[in-house]
Design a protein around this ligand. Sequence first.
Ligand code: THU
Length: 135
Amino acid sequence: MIDYDKVIAELFPRARAASENAYAPFSGARVGASVVDQSGNVYTGCNVENSSYGLTQCAERNALATAISAGMKPGGAHVLLVYATGFEVLAPCGACRQVMSELLADDAVVISCHSETEFRSWSMKELLPNPFVLS
Ligand code: THU
């Protein structure tokens, strides 16, 4: 069972700090994400928009790309936390759900924080019950 107080105390400040680096001139939404691996390493990402709108990269996917780039193995993280300004509580987009389902552990929990005390969480399976899997 996940200790939300402990996990949020560790991951929320990192996601909020990452959100301050967001490049979001088009939407104004600043999003930060943090993910922790089995060894306790924390990786972060922010959203990076582009004037060719479809090239925008979300914070969750950037945090996972950072983790994989640093050597985390797929399935190596059990918790991902996302923090966003400008949303009540952000529910991760479909593209991020697909990427998370492949790179997080099967039993992973995703936490979306509005503040340190206001949050929502889902299991990975709740977020994406039937992910695309290459056969
Ligand atoms: N965004 C994320 O970073 N994560 C999500 O799960 C949904 C949306 C970003 C993309 C864009 O820069 C802004 O939020 C508005 O869509």
